[in-house]
Design a protein around this ligand. Sequence first.
Ligand code: GRF
Length: 215
Amino acid sequence: MYRSASGEGSARLMRLGFLVSHRGSNFEAIFQACVAGEIAAEPVVLLSNNAQSQALEKAARAGLHAVHLSRKELANPQEYDAAMCSVLQEQEVDLVVLAGFMQKIGPQVLRAFRHRIVNIHPSLLPKYGGQGMYGMRVHQAVLDAGDTKSGATIHLIDEEYDSGPILAQKEVLVEEGETAESLATKVLAVEHQLYVDVLKRICDGSLPLESFSSA
Ligand code: GRF
């Protein structure tokens, strides 16, 4: 169980803030694991850059604070970064969980949540990461390269896309006749398990994020 930095004796659950752009199946898997007590954490807010995101609806239905931060209304990147930081800080978020968030995280949020922002990527990083590598493009690149395995990676976030220290990976086999769609389905199932497992370990203190250098 997480203890607040203030060192006050009583332990409290780690507060999770989610950043999601579209579907939100990883968010759902994590949320359910929190409700089931498998992850000792309390989801408190979900933030999206996309008003149509299914994840916003799912979060609102689950009783979470669900916030759309519009790129149109906050056109200046610094303003956007500051608004995101305010929402996360107002909700007293301890750990920021990116689950399909299609935007770079700004410097203010990076500074305020150093070592406290995690992301999932649907490949075995450092392979098939970086700008423009998302969704089916990743799985098609794996097939085009003739790789015999792929998988999912959980890593800390830094200034670049998909390049922070790796926390955990889980592999899947690329089988005969595999398509980008079938590979995506297999990798997504593994993502849900891996994300729950890693968050469980972060929140019970057995995977301390401070020990990972982002130098
Ligand atoms: C996942 O494949 C994740 O690895 C990537 O975006 C996708 C999000 O899927 N970063 P979902 O919204 O959690 O269903």
